[in-house]
Write a protein that binds this ligand. Structure first.
Ligand code: GRF
Length: 192
């Protein structure tokens, strides 16, 4: 069985969708959810899903290798960032080459980079008058939103769309595709 670790900073609806997708079968499982916020709703979701949760603070994440070492010790096969807002320390990126994926709620390379997350992305897309937005699933390197793209899918941005209505469309795309794409990626990874 392959082991997945999911990082999330907030609501965690993608983390839940991924856990529910995998934890019915025996090929791969979300064995831990990690967050930088102890009050994030994803921690409640982890409890409801009976998945262990780990919360860390900035100094533990950046000044120690505790989290990287934990993932190595647990023999994690794939790290999934699902609404995780911090840049990964290079020790973590180096320990999991081509084994960290992120989802971005727009069509990279547009509307990516530092500060471009969540609502800010959708507000920028609507303000720019884009005819289309979508999701990008990509490998993670040491820069925000710059790793190799694995998958993109588009949706239309209508004249009546607001950041909220666009966010709802994007979430539907995320739930439909992110678990499925993770499934494809994890099948390419040799077990550790
Ligand atoms: C998602 O739209 C994800 O693409 C973005 O942040 C949002 C997180 O939503 N990076 P949730 O926490 O999974 O509900």
């Amino acid at each position: 069985m392959k082991k997945i670790a999911v990082f999330a900073s907030g609501n965690g609806s993608n983390a839940q969708a991924i856990a529910e997708h995998f934890n019915q079968g025996n090929d791969a499982r979300v064995i831990v959810i990690l967050s930088n916020r102890k009050d994030a709703f994803v921690i409640q979701r982890a409890a409801d899903l009976a998945i262990p949760a780990i919360v860390f603070n900035r100094s533990e994440f950046y000044d120690t290798d505790n989290i990287t070492n934990y993932l190595i010790d647990e023999k994690i096969d794939l790290v999934v960032l699902a609404g995780f807002l911090w840049l990964l320390p290079s020790s973590l990126v180096k320990a999991f080459p081509n084994r960290i994926v992120n989802i971005h709620p727009a069509l990279l390379p547009k509307f990516g980079g530092k500060g471009m997350y969540g609502h800010f992305v959708h507000e920028a897309v609507v303000a720019a008058g884009e005819a289309q937005s979508g999701i990008t699933i990509h490998y993670v390197n040491e820069h925000y939103d710059e790793g190799q793209i694995i998958f993109q899918v588009h949706c239309n941005v209508d004249h009546s769309d607001t950041a909220d209505s666009l966010a709802a469309k994007i979430h539907e795309l995320e739930y439909a595709h992110f678990p499925r794409v993770i499934d494809e990626v994890i099948k390419t990874i040799d077990p550790t």
